[in-house]
Design a protein around this ligand. Structure first.
Ligand code: NAD
Ligand code: LMR
Length: 345
């Protein structure tokens, strides 16, 4: 049976993450080896030559799944009939730019893009925002697409933070990353996020069917429960929360391949399901865990292939609640700043 191509729109396609995304999507890494894709590359005029260059290279790969590559600098054209949108292009913070200026500049990008998605995307469209500040950009895009596209079709990327957390834990426990499940990133994709291992588990290679609480395994390795908690507070949480800044310091620019990989895994799991426990994604809150309705907040999520749902009913201790509350306070401040601009209600 021939499957109709899925239209995937990538904004900022001429940038670094765009370049790391396009070839993997065309190769089938995101939607699987039996789903043809039509790529739509949205850029601003200054980025168009880079996107054109990427399109030439895509042609030179002769990917069997790649049905077409179309370029535009007009959101209404780029989102027309699109099934999946990855909103990557964003305005970076410039010298002397305050947070409010940054939010205003990005409202000028994500507002019109959300409106174009509302006006012309396919009825099944799903959107993930990568461009920073990702959570609030997603809030703006979702508000601008309403009421034509339900808010639960919008999410923001915290899978990179999730993967970073798993990577740090795997190193500390001297196990492969695949042995670790049910880590959670709560809150904002920023330094206030809360990487949480309260419910995480470890599968030992010698007992593949058994899951050990990760905290107990850490305590065993680090010499006791108190040592494990101290490592989590002093090393793990700050390392994961500030990993983006560390990458910028070491590389000289922000993460690219790991960000593209995380975006691909986010969309893949949303569309194909999460068979091995939960993952993390920032989705529109319906009031879960006391997070105000409408904020785009990172939660533990699962998908059965029809979209991410928040895993409910997990217990957090007082310290966990305080960390989540601090990140939510930052999200509220960002929402209030864009409310003042009249972009969201
Ligand atoms: P980049 O500067 O290399 O590329 C951005 C591209 O977006 C540029 O080509 C630019 O021309 C384009 N662009 C700007 N405004 C646009 C608009 N209105 N419409 C379409 N295209 C537009 O940056 P990058 O390294 O690719 O990073 C992109 C974004 O992703 C940044 O905001 C970065 O902070 C963010 N990021 C997020 C995560 C995450 O985990 N959420 C991780 C890494 C980077
Ligand atoms: C990251 O987490 O790597 C990025 O969001 C950092 C950044 O500011 O681009």
């Amino acid at each position: 049976m021939v499957t109709a191509p899925t239209t995937v729109t990538i904004t900022g396609a001429g940038g670094q993450i765009g370049y790391a995304l396009l070839f993997r999507i065309a190769a089938g890494d995101m939607l699987g080896p039996d789903r043809p894709v039509r790529l739509r590359l949205l850029e601003i005029p200054q980025g168009m030559r880079a996107a054109e260059g990427a399109a030439l290279e895509l042609q030179d790969c002769a990917f069997p799944l790649l049905d077409a590559v179309e370029l535009s600098d007009d959101p209404r054209v780029a989102f027309d009939g699109c099934n999946i949108a990855l909103l990557v292009g964003a305005r970076p913070r410039g010298p002397g730019m305050e947070r409010a200026d940054l939010l205003a500049a990005n409202a000028g990008i994500f507002g019109p893009q959300g409106a174009a998605i509302g006006a012309s995307a396919a009825v099944d469209v799903r959107v993930v925002v990568v461009g920073n500040p990702a959570n609030t950009n997603a809030l703006i895009a979702a508000a601008s697409a309403a009421p034509d596209v339900p808010a639960d079709r919008f999410s923001a990327l915290t899978r990179l933070d999730h993967n970073r957390a798993v990577g740090q834990l795997a190193e500390a426990l001297a196990v492969g990353p695949g042995a670790i499940t049910d880590v959670t990133i709560w809150g904002n994709h920023s330094a206030t996020q809360f990487p949480d291992v309260t419910h995480a588990t470890l599968t030992r290679p010698d007992a593949p069917g058994e899951r050990t609480p990760l905290l107990a395994a850490l305590a065993l390795r680090l010499g006791g429960h108190e040592q494990a908690i101290a490592w989590l507070d002093d090393v793990f949480i700050p390392r994961v929360a500030q990993r983006g800044a560390e990458i910028i310091q070491v590389r000289g620019s922000s993460s690219v391949a790991s960000a593209a990989n995380a975006a691909i895994e986010h969309v893949r799991d949303e569309h194909h399901g999460t068979p091995n426990g939960w993952t993390s994604a920032a989705v529109v809150s319906r009031g879960e865990y006391g997070v105000p309705e409408g904020l785009v907040c990172s939660f533990p999520v699962t998908s059965d292939g029809t979209g991410y749902r928040v895993v409910e009913g997990l217990e957090l201790d007082d310290r966990g609640h305080r960390r989540l509350d601090a990140s939510v306070a930052e999200l509220i401040a960002e929402r209030d700043a864009v409310r003042e601009l009249g972009v969201v209600r």
